[in-house]
Design a protein around this ligand. Structure first.
Ligand code: AMP
Ligand code: ZN
Length: 490
């Protein structure tokens, strides 16, 4: 498999240090708010990477941190603590906020079929690890104590920038307006490893350390947690592109200075999900969550499908229209799979199976080209082969794509059967049935159909027609069947 490495800035043949276990680390969420669907684009694509590695036969150990301390509103160690900000906003304690949003994050992941990493570690669990690393960095002169905090001294490095070619002049540009410069720093890029003095006297979580009672900086978290669970070397480290600088750059600086050797071989960065007005972020612009998509009647897996249709190294623009298109295509895909007969009793044609999984692998081996991976799925449906082979292929590719294709197609078949049964039951005593053709449930649609039924019963046909029009305006089309209605989105 060829995988783009942000550190070398080229696609490289992926060879793990040890094929018996691929070590993968992912920067996890800062749990001060819901994840937005931009964050989740990164987690979806990282999930695909993990699953594809497993698909081609590598055992993977994947670790993810939960940032529940130390992440300031500016990635450059300035600004307010994000967790404290969240706690204040909601009149809760930092730990309550962390628990609530960690649970919410994994709930979103479940809805998007994102597998939980093998190890999920909150930053507050690993204080001893950070102290061990920082102590050695102090002993070896890579870190210094100033104004109550411990800083990493970037002037000690031969090479600081890894993912970009900034030079000293660019740094001035990096200091944003309104952000106070920390006068304790010897060099502008130096970053905090341990805070004892911060502008926020009410920092809730503090621990004892050789440098005084305080709390860790954000960057040290990922180095400490990775080394605790994956040891001194790492095959792949992932995150969204905004993590490349300064977060990952600082992780490399401190980890390699501590270890005395190269730490991680592959750096994989997912480009951003943008809106028409720019990058999606929690602090500005539209803040779209999985729950909001659901409220608007979208299946979260339509969003996963939307993400898979584009390459992870290209910025992706989110619009409702784009999502509508993805949802429409996803529903059609399910309907086509539902049209295959799971009880045909036919034999799987192994030659066809190998040929078409080969196509899928060719796409995915080229730096995880999920868009062509999805095309390979359509090739399966078009192939001249029996239904058993097609269904076996769909199930196989879905081990990576994770679109619940088989389950959804089963549900759809069951719904259609139910609708058929209702139809043939005629005007018999059967109750009034409301059946969606795609198998989805939508309380708002159901309520309107019930209201229309009541209107018809009361012979208020004008109202019944008006309700049908309202449903039409919502993109819902009804078909009356004996003793019920079937509906679909158009
Ligand atoms: P955070 O919770 O802010 O630490 O971010 C969680 C993950 O989402 C990180 O890997 C970020 O790099 C990533 N991320 C942040 N914004 C976006 C975006 N608009 N599109 C894709 N990924 C993002
Ligand atoms: Zn990280």
């Amino acid at each position: 498999m060829y995988l783009y490495n942000s550190a070398s800035r080229k696609k490289e043949l992926f060879v793990p240090n040890n094929p018996d276990i691929v070590k993968m680390y992912t920067c996890g969420p800062t749990v001060y708010h819901f994840a937005h669907i931009g964050n989740l684009r990164s987690y979806i694509m990282e999930d695909v990477l993990e699953k594809y590695l497993r698909y081609v036969g590598y055992p993977v150990k994947r670790v993810m941190n939960i940032t529940d301390v130390g992440h300031l509103t500016s990635d450059a160690d300035e600004g307010e603590d994000k967790m404290l900000k969240g706690a204040r906003r909601e009149h809760k304690t930092v730990m309550e906020i962390a628990k609530y949003y960690t649970d919410a994050f994994f709930d979103d992941c479940r809805k998007l079929n994102i597998k939980r990493p093998d190890v999920v570690e909150p930053a507050t669990n690993c204080i001893d690890e950070y102290i061990k690393i920082i102590s050695k960095l102090m002993d070896t002169g890579y870190a210094y104590f100033a104004g109550g905090n411990v800083y990493f001294d970037t002037s000690k490095l031969e090479r600081y920038y890894i993912f970009n070619d900034f030079n000293a002049d660019d740094l001035d540009v990096g200091v944003r307006e309104g952000v106070e410069e920390d006068t304790n720093k010897r060099n502008r890029n130096d970053f905090v490893l341990w805070f004892t003095k911060s502008k926020f006297e009410d920092q809730a979580l503090k621990w004892d350390s050789p440098w005084g009672v305080g709390y860790p900086g954000w960057h040290i978290e990922c180095s400490g947690i990775s080394m605790k669970h994956l040891g001194e070397d790492l095959d792949i480290h992932c995150g969204g592109i905004d993590n490349a600088f300064p977060h990952h750059t600082n992780e490399i600086a401190q980890s390699e200075s501590y270890l005395g050797h190269k730490w991680c071989n592959w750096w994989v960065h997912v480009l951003h999900l943008n809106t028409n007005s720019g990058k999606m972020s929690k602090s500005s612009g539209e803040f779209l969550t999985v729950s909001l998509l659901e409220e608007k009647g979208y299946d979260p897996l339509s969003y996963r499908f939307f993400c898979l249709q584009s390459h992870y190294r290209k910025a992706l623009v989110f619009t409702w229209e784009n999502l509508d298109n993805a949802q429409g295509a996803y529903r059609k895909l399910i309907a086509r799979i539902a049209g295959l007969n799971p009880d045909s009793g036919e034999e799987v044609d192994q030659a066809v199976f190998d040929e078409l999984t080969g196509k899928f692998k060719t796409a995915m081996d080229n730096d995880l080209n999920t868009s062509l991976g999805v095309t390979a799925l359509y090739d399966v449906l078009k192939a001249k082969t029996n239904d058993a082979t097609k269904l076996a292929l769909v199930a196989d590719l879905d081990r990576v794509l994770s679109l619940s294709l088989i389950e959804k197609a089963d549900e759809k078949r069951a719904e259609l059967k139910k609708a058929e049964a209702a139809k043939s039951a005629g005007t018999a005593a059967a109750g009034f049935s409301i059946v969606s053709e795609s198998g989805e449930e939508d309380a708002a649609v159901t309520a309107k159909i019930e209201a229309r039924r009541a209107a018809k019963k009361a012979k208020d046909f004008a109202l019944a027609d008006q309700i049908r029009d309202e449903l039409k305006a919502m993109g819902v089309e009804l078909t009356d069947i004996p003793n019920g209605v079937t509906w679909k989105r158009v």
